[in-house]
Structures are given as structure tokens and as C-alpha cells.
Write a protein that binds this ligand. Structure first.
Ligand SMILES: NC(=O)c1ccc[n+]([C@@H]2O[C@H](COP(=O)([O-])OP(=O)(O)OC[C@H]3O[C@@H](n4cnc5c(N)ncnc54)[C@H](OP(=O)(O)O)[C@@H]3O)[C@@H](O)[C@H]2O)c1
Length: 375
């Protein structure tokens, strides 16, 4: 291959500095069960930004370097250095997923069968030109699917599907979802509509209510309205939802959901119960959109849980058969149920511009960036 390879890395140094940069690396050679992918598209998801910016204060960010090799540096507050000590001095490759063309394959049948195909892949620092991946972390895209269409085949689609499977596995019958107008939330809405599952969408803006209702959502409640708690309780009475997924994390969203669940399940109970209802209520926190402390105002009895939720752990619990079925569904429905829309496309160097960083750093509804490493 007469090309070069470049990757985007994030490094925190001992002198409390974060540095984002592009560095030249070798084009990899595939092992027996591996393929080399020419990466053509990779999304910038909130989880990628967690690795990229880590604990840095991005209001202090400065840009240096050249046009094709920009360097971003920012201060990491001293109080956070302990939390990031295991990555100090290491150039961490960024990017959880992407898609592209297989340009070299190892000797195994599975690897050879992917040669020349367009695949989506997961892991390994996808913000680079060429990436070596195990065949198990690749998803062959159907003919006619482009790398751009398949770039977000893993993180959001499989997380949304895992939420539905977790609901089933844990014996709940409907779902509550917070920050529900997100890219993932819109996918979850489409899955639930297709599968006949009631979904209570919590949003914080009128335009997000409109967006989801226009996409067929039946239950949408707005946390900015005075009537939020009453509206949420009514939606929970109507649906019987006792499991929730919250990517906000900080603040009182989990608490409010549990409070309304308790009110909904107790609505027709007239007897006095010291410990509240015995209906188990579950909130899974699966993101850190608000990094502040989680506040639980404990007025929802004792039958409840607030736990973390991570895609890898959920996939492990759900088992191989479910995993295979979920991947197949993603490949078949990547242009419909699992479609992601990107508002901006940038090169690797374009992702390291101060104004671009502050735009995708907002993680705003409908604003998704796609990196095109070959451009
Ligand atoms: N645990 C896992 O395994 C896993 C896997 C996949 C995704 N995730 C998480 O899922 C979340 C959604 O990802 P995505 O790619 O779909 O994001 P996205 O499309 O960028 O959307 C983010 C959404 O969050 C809202 N938001 C941002 N900050 C908020 C806050 N403080 N309070 C309430 N809403 C807020 C935004 O609304 P506004 O426009 O109003 O700001 C927007 O609707 C992320 O937190 C991500 O980390 C977790």
C-alpha cells in the first residue's frame, strides 16, 4: 500500500495538560483472523468525547501546529489528575466505531470472506486512516450500504436494542427514556414503535417534543414544564413502565423518575404502607451528560435500584444468540430504524479545530459530526 497512516490521539501529561494531535503510524498487517480496514467514516459520539477531552477544561483550549497537523492543548484541573493517573503519558487513540473497506485480510476463511467488502467495526481507535480489526468486531454491511450509512452501526443501535432486551429479560413491560431526542433516543423510539413497546420519552425543550411526536412517539413529557411530574406520572400509569434509562446522570432525573413510578404504581392503593409499594422500579444511568452528583430524594419506598448501564456489560449478560440477532437486525435496518444523520463532515485535521470542537462539544440534539479520515 503506497499510502500513509495517521491516527488522532489524546494524551494527558504530568504537567496537567491535555494534548490532541495527529500522529503518523504504520499501516498494520492483519493477523490470521484480522482484517485491515480503510476507514472512510467514523462518528463523533459523546462517548468518544469522554476519551478525547477526559477531565480537561476545554474553555482553556488553544490551537497550535499546522493546517494539516493541528494540535489542541488544554488544562486539566489539578483536582482531576488523580482520576486520570492511569492514562498519564499515554497517547490514547480516539474513536469507538466506524466503517470502511477491507483492503487486506488474514488467512482465516472468516477474514478472507470480508476482503473488498464494506464493513462497520467497533473499537481500536477509529479516528485513523487504516485500522486492523478482528473479524468478530466487524459487521459486514449489506450490498448498497455506504460506509457513511454504516459508520454508526454499533454504539447507539446496539445500546438501544440492549435496552429493549434488558426490559424483556428483567420482566418490565414498558420503558422510560431521558434526553430522549438524542440520536440514540430517536432509534429507541423507532424500535419501540416497530416492536409494539410503550416508550415514555422525557425531553427538555418544546422542539424536542415536536420532533419525537412527528416521528410517531405517543408519550413525550417535557422536564422544563411545571406539569412535568404530573405528566410523567400519568404516562407511567398509562404504560406501566417500571424501568428507565437515563444518560443525564447528574441532578435529580433518576429521583424524579422513581418518584413518579412510585406514585403511578401506588395510585389505586388506599392502605397505609410504611415501606412504600413492593413493585420493583429500576433506573439505569448510561451516560454523563451532566457530570454533577446524582441526587436521590428518597420518597419512593424501598423497592428500587439505580445502577450503571454500559453496552459491553449488557451484551455480556444478554448472551450470544441475542447478540447475533441484534447485529443482523442492525445490518438489515441501518437505513431505517438505525439511521444516523450527520450535520457536518470533517477530516481528521478538521476535527481538531477550536470552533469545530466547541460545536460538537455541545452534544446538541440533531448535531452530529462525521469524521472522513480519507479526506
Ligand atoms: N452506556 C453506554 O453503553 C452508552 C452507549 C451509547 C450511548 N451512550 C450515551 O447515550 C447518550 C446519547 O448519545 P447520542 O449519541 O444519542 O447523543 P446526541 O445525539 O449527541 O444527543 C445528546 C442529547 O442529550 C441532550 N442533553 C445534553 N446535555 C443534557 C443535559 N445536561 N440534560 C438533558 N439533556 C441533555 C441533548 O439535548 P439538547 O439539544 O437539549 O442539549 C441531546 O438531545 C450519551 O450520553 C452517550 O454517552 C451510552
Amino acid at each position: 500500500m503506497s499510502d500513509n497512516n495517521v491516527e488522532l490521539t489524546s494524551t494527558i501529561s504530568e504537567d496537567n495538560k491535555l494534548e490532541l494531535a495527529l500522529r503518523e503510524i504504520e499501516i498494520p498487517q492483519p493477523g490470521e483472523n484480522q482484517v485491515v480496514i480503510r476507514v472512510e467514516a467514523a462518528p463523533i459520539n459523546p462517548s468518544d468525547q469522554g476519551v478525547m477531552f477526559s477531565a480537561a477544561d476545554m474553555t482553556t483550549a488553544e490551537q497550535s501546529g499546522s493546517a494539516d497537523r493541528p494540535v489542541i492543548s488544554a488544562d486539566v484541573p489539578a483536582k482531576f489528575m488523580g482520576a486520570v493517573k492511569n492514562r498519564v503519558g499515554k497517547a490514547i487513540p480516539v474513536g469507538n466505531e466506524g466503517a470502511g473497506t477491507v483492503v487486506a485480510a488474514g488467512s482465516s476463511d472468516a477474514a478472507q470472506s470480508l476482503m473488498g467488502k464494506t464493513v462497520a467495526f467497533f473499537g481500536g481507535g477509529s479516528y485513523r486512516k487504516y485500522l486492523c480489526a478482528n473479524v468478530q468486531s466487524c459487521l459486514e454491511l449489506e450490498p448498497g450500504t455506504t460506509a457513511e450509512e454504516g459508520a454508526s452501526s454499533f454504539v447507539n443501535p446496539l445500546t438501544a436494542l440492549s435496552m429493549v432486551e434488558t426490559m424483556r429479560a428483567e420482566g418490565h413491560k414498558a420503558i422510560v427514556h431521558a434526553a430522549a431526542a438524542s440520536n440514540l433516543g430517536q432509534m429507541l423510539n423507532r424500535i419501540c414503535l416497530a416492536d409494539g413497546i410503550d416508550l415514555v420519552n422525557i425531553v427538555r425543550k418544546q422542539e424536542q417534543e415536536d420532533l419525537l411526536r412527528n416521528q410517531g412517539a405517543k408519550y413525550v413529557v417535557n422536564s422544563s414544564k411545571d406539569s412535568f411530574m404530573a405528566d410523567l406520572t400519568q404516562a407511567l400509569v398509562d404504560t406501566g413502565a417500571t424501568i428507565a434509562f437515563d444518560p443525564i446522570g447528574g441532578g435529580r432525573m433518576a429521583s424524579d423518575i422513581l418518584t413518579c413510578m412510585e406514585a403511578a404504581v401506588s395510585r389505586d392503593i388506599t392502605e397505609y404502607r410504611v415501606y412504600g409499594s413492593d413493585v420493583y422500579k429500576q433506573v439505569y444511568i448510561y451516560g454523563a451528560l451532566d457530570r454533577g452528583p446524582i441526587t436521590l430524594n428518597r420518597n419512593f419506598g424501598f423497592a428500587w435500584g439505580v445502577n450503571g448501564f454500559l453496552l459491553f456489560n449488557a451484551l455480556g449478560k444478554l448472551g450470544k444468540e441475542t447478540n447475533v440477532a441484534m447485529r443482523k437486525r442492525v445490518a438489515a435496518e441501518i437505513k431505517t430504524t438505525f439511521a444516523s444523520h450527520y450535520t457536518h463532515e470533517v477530516s481528521l485535521a478538521g476535527a481538531l479545530q477550536l470552533d469545530t470542537i466547541s460545536a460538537y462539544g455541545k452534544m446538541a440534539t440533531g448535531e452530529k459530526y462525521l469524521i472522513k479520515p480519507q479526506s
